[in-house]
Design a binder for this molecule. Structure first.
Ligand code: NAD
Ligand code: TYD
Length: 337
């Protein structure tokens, strides 16, 4: 089995590469990644001898077709994306290029050279948000797409295109829509790693609005296991929601990180809210549980401890990231907030 993993130098893709090498040591793995600011070869350093790494853009038709012609993969799992909501609010263009045109380009190559499965890694953000005062409501696979940010709009567009390629061309596709992930190799512009890095440096912890927005957190390895199940046992043409019923308010996560690191809550600074900030995400994972037997294995209590420990033990992975270019980003986003 030959599998192309796009975005494999990023957070979830990188974890998926490590997971697949352990779960299926006989598979041939090709990572296709443009190495944007979010891609980091250090994430793959310990497994570089077990994979083939190709630095290219999924939206570059010539490069993608050349790779498919040479490799003729059996399966493609597309993690490659621009993934940060705040960046999409500043500059939507690259989100459309990578997330939509990139998806189209990959699927065109799959049509041209044949494929057993194209899997699109999507997000619960395509469903928009749920109200805070209706804890009985959850996203199911039937919830209408209703996006809020340029990021989620680009992911929803890609999902619709994937479904169109299934219906029109019979491309054997599956789509997964997962809730917020956390764990090792998470780029420190996202909530959990940003708060860990700032707290360790005794820097302010910038909480948007009142910190009451709710996210449904899943340990990244549980997401990897779900995708592994879907590409092997999932039904072609289907969408699977992935989430572990672990809803938390942002402010409670930040306070927990303070407690775990022995830092004072006085570091918490409330800053101007995100534009169009989604209130609550919450997944109903019944379909993947009933049809494929998937259940999350890591509790939030354990997962957050493991994650904090990982950041404490792997400063050489994240400290170089938060110097240089990232400082310019940080100043732009948080300087006058
Ligand atoms: P990430 O930003 O950490 O990594 C993205 C990776 O894609 C990077 O390695 C980057 O270099 C690469 N990439 C970007 N543009 C590319 C291009 N044009 N061509 C090739 N490679 C390119 O993202 P992540 O958090 O690991 O998310 C991975 C996927 O999972 C995304 O599709 C995202 O929408 C989805 N997702 C993320 C979460 C989450 O909580 N992080 C939750 C649900 C779904
Ligand atoms: P994020 O990690 O960007 O993921 P997403 O927006 O895709 O859910 O943000 C998670 C939540 O944390 C979201 O409600 C925004 C909030 N947040 C902050 O309060 N402060 C921050 O500095 C960041 C990055 C996020």
């Amino acid at each position: 089995m030959k599998i192309v993993i796009t975005g494999g130098a990023g957070f979830i893709g990188g974890n998926f590469v490590h997971y697949m090498i352990k779960a299926h040591p006989e598979y041939e793995i090709i990572v296709l990644d443009k190495l944007t600011y979010a891609g980091n070869l250090e994430t793959l350093a310990s497994v570089m001898d077990k994979i083939k790494f190709v630095k290219d853009d999924i939206a570059d038709r010539n490069a993608v077709f050349k790779l498919f012609e040479e490799e003729k993969p059996d399966v493609v799992v597309n993690f490659a994306a621009e993934s940060h909501v705040d960046r999409s609010i500043e500059d939507p263009g690259i989100f459309l290029k990578t997330n939509v045109i990139g998806t189209q380009t990959l699927m065109d190559a799959c049509r041209e050279y044949g494929i057993r499965r194209y899997h699109q890694v999507s997000t619960d953000e395509v469903y928009g948000d749920l109200p805070l005062d209706r804890p009985d409501l959850f996203f199911t696979e039937e919830t209408p797409l209703h996006t809020s940010s340029p990021y989620s709009a680009s992911k929803a567009s890609a999902d619709l295109l994937v479904q169109a390629y299934y219906r029109t061309y019979n491309l054997p596709v599956t789509i997964s829509r997962c809730s917020n992930n956390y764990g090792p190799y998470h780029f420190p512009e996202k909530l959990i790693p940003l708060m860990i890095a700032n707290a360790l440096a005794d820097k302010p912890l910038p909480v948007y609005g009142k910190g009451e927005n709710v996210r449904d957190w899943l340990y990244v390895e549980d997401h990897c296991k779900a995708i592994d199940l879907i590409i092997h046992k999932g039904k072609v043409g289907e969408v699977y929601n992935i989430g572990g019923h672990n809803e938390m308010r942002n402010i409670d996560i930040v306070k927990l990180i303070c407690r775990e690191l022995g830092k004072p809550e006085s570091l918490i600074t409330y800053v101007t809210d995100r534009k169009g900030h989604d209130l609550r995400y919450a997944i109903n994972p019944e379909k993947i549980h009933n049809e494929l037997g998937w259940l999350p294995e890591t509790t939030f209590e354990n997962g957050i401890k493991k994650t904090i420990e990982w950041y404490l033990n792997n400063r050489s992975w994240w400290e170089p990231i938060i110097s240089g270019e990232y400082m310019d980003y940080y100043e732009k986003m948080y300087g006058n907030r």
